[in-house]
Design a protein around this ligand. Sequence first.
Ligand code: RIB
Length: 289
Amino acid sequence: MNTKICVIGSSNIDQFSYVANIPADGETVFGDSYETGFGGKGANQAIMAGLLGAETTMITCLGSDIFAESTIENFKNNGVNVDHIQRVNGSSGVAPIWVDSNGQNRIIVIPGANNLIDADKAISSIEKIADLSVLVGQCEIPMEVNQKVFQFAKNKNITTIFNPAPAQKLDEEFLEYVNWLIPNEIEFEVISGMKVNDENLINFKKEIPSNLLVTLGENGAVLVEDESVLYFDAPKVNVVDTTGAGDAFIGAFAFGLSSSESLNKSIELAVEKASLSVTKKGTQSSYLN
Ligand code: RIB
């Protein structure tokens, strides 16, 4: 393997409101602070892989607004190749995010241009990246696009990682194209229809063709094998903002796999980077040392 990673997925401008208590229905509250930053699950995963030193290419679709140029600059500044970014007329993706005093978030994604990404252009981009090792995707672009692109990548023997976020049921056929399925607990429940426990994890793993790794927030992650589960604990940290921690995990895991780290080392690196990210405010800004 080499560290050539391609992420296909969303780019958003994150708009954070930090507030002690999330308002109830019909309630108005004062917040503590407001920040904007670069986000989008796909972009976050690419930035983490890029920061770790992977040769990372981002395939995403941006609009014709002021957010698009600054998003491209941000990719460049963090070592992510922008040669295959698509553009359309209209708004880029945005995500208003509320974060409470426990660091827990509520996110609304307004996809804008992310919904207009073109599968054929994406495939021709992937064809142009020589010796691509790993393709990473998520659910913030249309699943029809993921379906075509992942099928193409799998046929080319590229290792594929899919993070089913935001949670949605996946087609059985799609999973044929996924080497690594990495949901969090909520996403696991939506996809499998079962709660996270050892027995359910093992039973679900038997039903799918993909490898299964489930992220568990402050409890780290669990690797599910045919007859057993292997837990990877997270260090205890001071939680400030959990936004983007799952994306840090995916980007770091992709980097680990592509750099031929052992599987266990790749998962340990992913848990470490995700844990570190929750100690700081913001999404991608929390990945920087
Ligand atoms: O996973 C966090 C991300 O979800 C944010 O950056 C936001 O843009 C949404 O995509």
